[in-house]
Design a protein. Sequence first.
Length: 331
Amino acid sequence: MALKKKKQIKSKPLSDYIFPEHKKMPENEFRIDCFNRCVIYTVNRSKRPQQFSQPKVVKSTKPADCVFCQGNESKTPKEICRYEERGKWQIRVIPNKFYGVHPAYEKAYGRHEVIIETPEHFKTFSEITPKQTVKLFEIFQERYAAHMADKKVKSVMIFKNEGPLGGASLEHTHWQLVSSDILYPENDKYVEYFKNYPEEQLKRWLDSEKERFFYKNKNVVVFCPYVSKFNFEVWVVPKKLSIDFEKMTKEEIKDFAMATHKAIGAIDKMLNFPSYNIVLFPSEKGENLQTHIQIYPRISNWAGFEYGTNCAFNSVLPEVASQELKKNIKR
Ligand SMILES: [Zn+2]
């Protein structure tokens, strides 16, 4: 029996691709940075910055039912440390009850902690005092040093998930810390960049971001990076090479804390307390990343293209985002 002839699908030639309406639109732009991070700015979809403002998330848990609120300390695992004022805790560190790593695990070694930066249920990170923010960062430094002192530990990640789109499971604001005996492949790009002549590399990188700086103090700069994978993404970077978070001076830690607090304050003011993630990248054991913080406001969702390519569509140019955030910095 003769095979049936396959039906041909006839497409238009690629040269026909530009339709008249395309010609009126501004052009999009791919960017790749010195760490090989990639983004496509979709300028033709851009909205005015004010249109990104979010409806504020209303907290529905009553403080009496919240395990992180004052008075409910007995409902959490045993406290690791606290910072007190007038006999009341202001910051508490506890083991995470729902840990992902554990010192007794052979194949997922590490420790998982929760850092609660305020006893007040309805406060957010940007609403705690500057003094408390500095204390919080001093605690980060102390916990980082404590975990790194464990010979098996290779990396310590400190992060914050805020709001439902940021993946927060409890609405009382808090941070988490995960120490582990692995180096994260995702950080290789930074290690690679700073491998040789790290001071020169830091200077080259920060010079390339200079036009987007929107806040700086003596030791730290804040900017929306050339490759921003999220709308209004912000990075907080020490000006000096900082290969050991543990060794940052008291003054450097203070400036690092204050710059992060100012950045979140500007994001909250401009976008009306959106969901976000903050990630602190300190150096890993034996590897050199420049200690820095990345902040991802979670306004639009990542979807198939982003997950598949690790290259995001972003409708706000970082040059525009930094100008807008600068207007919202509290002086
Ligand atoms: Zn609470």
